[in-house]
Design a protein around this ligand. Structure first.
Ligand code: NOJ
Length: 539
């Protein structure tokens, strides 16, 4: 049965934030040669695909999500030859490479925008979204930037406003213009021809905007302290019905190249999210499922509800996926604490569907408090509470100064966590109970077991509200996963009185025969149990 699945279904994706992975040229910023030198680590860890956040030329107003040339490499990160070499060396190790595609906006320093801005009759004027001022001279409507303030910027020279749903240096492209689409599709083909295995598409749901430019409604639930981006409901700036035709166009391009993957970044409610699989499963292969990242409370019953609702909502044939962290959200070990984060990893790596792991989460890395003077992130500079810098700090490789991310005499672009002496690859590789040892063991078990990598998923009823228990099954192979979301000991009783074998505890300190009728879980403990094939099929 395994052969029926693609690599992006059976595999595990690992997100590398290139600035922070490994600095090979002593400038305090990570780069492509740095990533190449760590491919063996990623193979050892047991992931299957690397997704790179943007590595293209960029003025870095939004750390690479403001692109000034889509078909080259920023000198900070290396050269096109380095990218080719990364691809080649990754493929040699059976690792796939996924690039970040940022179609909603370019940098204001992109030649297209420079032309567009130069005068109103320029051939590329309509490549971006220009509008006359409102009658009072103010912005054309109430749309806000997700980084705060109006989404409109007045251009003195051509006396019109341009739209930027993110930073003022990130003007939005006009995806209703066919030439824009063609130019962007050429970029996809450029990288596919070079051999990349797919794309993660930045803010896929936002590419089209209301043609009448109607005001967005305000969010009645917004309260001070919430992110500025949540103040409005993006009714007219996202998830417009004609978006699906665009997603289908992108998919058709990628499909011509065989087994490549399209992953859509989509922060949408479940019913809207799953539309991006496409009616004929002809849009994104994996509309990113961020429910474990966005849920307001982390607990057994909420997670069971989320898992069950997602499984029930998935269109026939659609492949699930799960995300625990990324460069935009606080790290899991900070959100739920390091002890519970071990159980969170067991959840991520035993649920049905492709997991995406964020670099450093395999070590239990936490957010690092960044003093305001050292902040880089544009929204963070406006509102330090919502800075994304704390989750983007250098990867912790060893106990040497700067955690082995860059040489001792070099200042890393963001400070290294102060606890890096304990939490780093070299130390954790040696420790039998470390976070890294746990994540690697989970990845090894997942890879070697059809039930865990492609099997069915079913939540199991049991009376303890602090625990979430589920079954993964493929043919006669069955596993039970029992997760304790509380810090206290819990007992889980399954109706089946049968026997299984404990393969892995998140505490990494015991294994062996296990009676399912009464399982004792210590605080924050997760258990992975293999059920003897000859035991009853009651559960
Ligand atoms: C989503 C990216 O993940 C984020 O980092 C970026 O700031 C915005 N899109 C704008 O490109």
């Amino acid at each position: 049965m395994m052969h029926a699945h693609s690599w992006w279904q059976t595999g595990v994706i690992y997100q590398v934030y290139p600035r922070s992975f490994l600095d090979s040229n002593r400038d305090g910023i990570g780069d492509l040669p740095g990533i190449i030198s760590k491919l063996d680590y990623l193979r050892w860890l047991g992931v299957d695909a690397i997704w790179l956040s943007p590595i293209y030329p960029s003025p870095m107003a939004d750390f690479g999500y403001d692109i000034s040339n889509y078909t080259a490499i920023h000198p900070l990160f290396g050269t096109l030859e380095d990218l080719d070499s990364l691809l080649h060396q990754a493929h040699q190790r059976n690792l796939k490479l996924i690039l970040d595609f940022v179609p909603n906006h370019t940098s204001d320093e992109h030649p297209w925008f420079q032309e567009s801005r130069s005068n109103r009759s320029n051939e590329k004027r309509d490549w971006y979204i220009w509008r006359d001022p409102a009658p009072d001279g103010g912005p054309p409507n109430n749309w806000t930037s997700r980084f705060g303030g109006s989404a409109w910027h007045f251009d003195e020279q051509s006396e019109q406003y341009y739209l930027h749903l993110f930073d003022v240096k990130q003007p939005d492209l006009n995806w209703r213009n066919l030439k824009v689409r063609q130019a962007m599709y050429d970029i996809l083909r450029f990288w596919l021809d070079r051999g990349v295995d797919g794309f993660r598409i930045d803010v896929l749901w936002m590419l089209l905007k209301d043609e009448q430019f109607r005001d967005n409604p305000m969010n009645p639930d917004w309260k001070p302290g919430d992110p500025p981006s949540a103040r409005q409901v993006g009714l007219y700036t996202g998830d417009l019905p004609d978006m699906h035709a665009l997603a289908r166009e992108m998919r058709a391009i990628v499909d011509r190249y065989g087994e490549r993957v399209l992953i859509g970044e989509l922060y949408l409610p479940l019913t809207s999210l799953i539309q991006y699989y496409g009616e004929q499963l002809d849009e994104a292969h994996l509309p990113f499922n961020f429910q474990l990242v966005t849920m307001p409370t982390w607990g057994a019953s909420t997670i069971r509800q989320v898992v069950d609702a997602y499984e029930a909502a998935l269109p026939r044939g659609a492949w699930p996926n799960w995300v625990l962290g990324n460069h935009d959200r606080p790290r899991i070990a900070t959100r739920v604490g390091r002890e519970q984060a071990r159980t969170a990893q067991m959840l991520l790596l035993t649920l049905r569907g492709t997991p995406t792991c964020y670099y450093g989460d395999e070590l239990g890395m936490q957010n690092v408090a960044i003093p305001p003077a050292l902040m880089h992130d544009p929204p963070g500079k406006q509102d330090p509470q919502h800075s994304r810098d704390p989750q983007r700090t250098p990867m912790q490789w060893d106990t040497s100064p700067n955690a082995g991310f860059c040489p001792p005499e070099v200042q890393p672009w963001l400070p290294v966590a102060s606890d890096y002496h304990t939490y780093n690859v070299a130390v954790e590789q040696q420790e039998t109970h470390s976070f890294l040892t746990l994540v690697r063991a989970l990845l090894t078990l997942r890879r070697s077991s059809p039930a865990l990598s492609v099997g069915s998923q079913r939540s199991l009823d049991q009376p303890n509200p602090a625990c979430f228990v589920y079954l993964r099954q493929h043919g006669r192979q069955r596993y039970v996963v029992a997760l304790n979301f509380s810090a206290h000991e819990q007992v889980v009783s399954l109706p089946e009185q049968g026997q299984g074998r404990l393969l892995l505890s998140t505490h990494l300190d015991h294994e062996g025969p296990m009676a399912l009728g009464e399982m004792h879980l210590r605080g924050n403990e997760g258990l992975l149990i293999w059920l003897f094939p000859f035991e009853s099929q009651m559960i």
